[in-house]
Write a protein that binds this ligand. Structure first.
Ligand code: GLU
Length: 415
């Protein structure tokens, strides 16, 4: 089976977009590599008194448009190249939605499901002690990603403020509301995705209340299931899976009951309202909308020809391989690429930074309305690039992002 180096994939995307934009070689070289990379070795005390040592990273891919911005993952399979790719996609994502930010990403190589709450707190604080000199609202602003959450952000912010001896809540986003978080951040990634699906349905003249399936039932997947029905006026969830298994019910799965079940048991496995199926089969269901909401490379040359959805809305980062992109495009499937479809999260993170900076906190409807405006505009900009450059949606979105980053680099006199 073919294995993918996500960073090589990201570099190829940058080079392809740059060549269509006729960028000069220095710009291509600059955009093909991270501006700054930090590697840390973190010794952490475990509950049983032993010490464990973790590898960790923070990568600031490009800061021409603003400070680096992007999540921190806790995952056992993390590598420096995965973080580089994710940091690159963050730089593109913030540019596609036109936020005054750059892109970055971080990670700790660990399986957080094996640790107690106190151990997770010590890992989180150790990460900030190592990275604090390179963070700040004017340098680099982390947020949650896979297996990290607002509680982890709270510990991290506290550690950072303890080090610098003053309040600086904007150093991290997606914090709990009580300590500088914003309304509307928890469901922002999913909400942004559903907004782009709403726009795609208009483009395709498709009734949005048909069927949908979700691959990955973490924060983004769960919220997308709820919001798809709420915001689009209905829709039947016929298939869903998480890392442990899949569920199928052609008559529709009760989303609220499933979310409650998942929160209680930690998985969708054995949910009584649907038939158990192999988790990979969820991607191949005949549905109107498919939301890949798990990890990288879920849709590859192995299964792309079996994808039957009319719209693929990528809530995960990098779920589709380059070969699969071409196959999906040939099949006429309307792909909403990750750097657009999943940009709602970082958009509301940016709103959180603005509110932390001004101490003026917005009502939920204001956050929703402002995000909707940003995402709708970004969707239309990418559609225009698809028509103008005659390329598939991911390349079109990459072209929009690369053009904006390159312009900033040029204005600064870097290239
Ligand atoms: N981890 C999220 C993403 O991949 C959010 C990043 C952020 O809010 O900075 O888009």
């Amino acid at each position: 089976m073919k294995s993918y180096n996500s960073f090589q994939v990201a570099q190829n995307q940058i080079r392809k977009a740059s060549s269509i934009l006729n960028l000069n070689q220095a710009t291509v070289d600059l955009l093909s590599w991270p501006q700054r990379e930090f590697a840390f070795t973190l010794p952490v005390k475990m509950d049983d008194g032993s010490s464990q040592v973790f590898q960790a990273y923070r990568i600031q891919y490009n800061t021409a448009r603003g400070p680096a911005k992007g999540g921190i993952r806790f995952h056992q399979d993390e590598t420096v190249d995965i973080i580089r790719a994710l940091a690159c996609w963050m730089a593109l994502k913030t540019a596609v939605v036109d936020l005054p930010l750059g892109g970055g990403k971080g990670g700790v190589v660990c399986d957080p499901r094996r640790f107690s709450e106190r151990e997770l707190e010590r890992i989180s604080r150790a990460y900030i002690r190592a990275s604090a000199p390179y963070l700040g609202i004017d340098k680099d602003i982390p947020a949650p990603d896979v297996y990290t959450n607002p509680q982890i952000m709270a510990w991290m912010m506290d550690e950072y403020e303890t080090i610098i001896q003053r309040h600086h809540p904007g150093v991290l986003t997606d914090k709990p509301m009580q300590i500088g978080g914003t309304e509307g951040r928890r469901d922002a990634t999913a909400r942004g995705g559903v907004i782009t699906v709403r726009e795609a349905c208009k483009t395709l003249k498709l009734d949005p209340t048909g069927t949908f399936a979700i691959q990955g039932f973490g924060n983004a997947g769960q919220r997308a299931a709820l919001l798809h029905q709420e915001m689009l006026g209905g829709g039947k969830l016929v298939g869903v899976c998480d890392s442990k298994g899949g569920l199928y019910n052609p008559r529709g799965i009760d989303v609220k009951e499933l979310v409650t079940y998942k929160l209680k048991t930690g998985s969708v496995l054995n949910f009584p309202g649907a038939k158990a199926v192999h988790r990979d089969s969820i991607l191949e269901l005949e549905v109107d909308v498919l939301y890949p909401a798990a990890l990288e490379n879920a849709i590859s040359h192995l299964n792309a020809k079996d994808i039957k959805a009319k719209i693929v809305c990528e809530l995960a980062n990098g779920p589709t391989t380059p070969e699969a992109d071409i196959l999906l495009n040939e099949k006429g499937i309307h792909v909403i690429p990750d750097i657009l479809a999943s940009a709602g999260g970082v958009t509301v993170s940016y709103f959180e930074m603005v509110q932390d900076g001004t101490l003026d906190f917005w009502e939920e409807h204001v956050v929703h309305a402002r995000m909707d405006k940003k995402l709708t505009k970004a969707y239309q900009t990418v559609q225009e690039a698809i028509r103008e450059k005659k390329v598939h949606p991911r390349l079109a979105a990459t072209i929009v992002g690369v053009a904006r980053i390159a312009e900033a680099c040029e204005l600064r006199g870097w290239v």
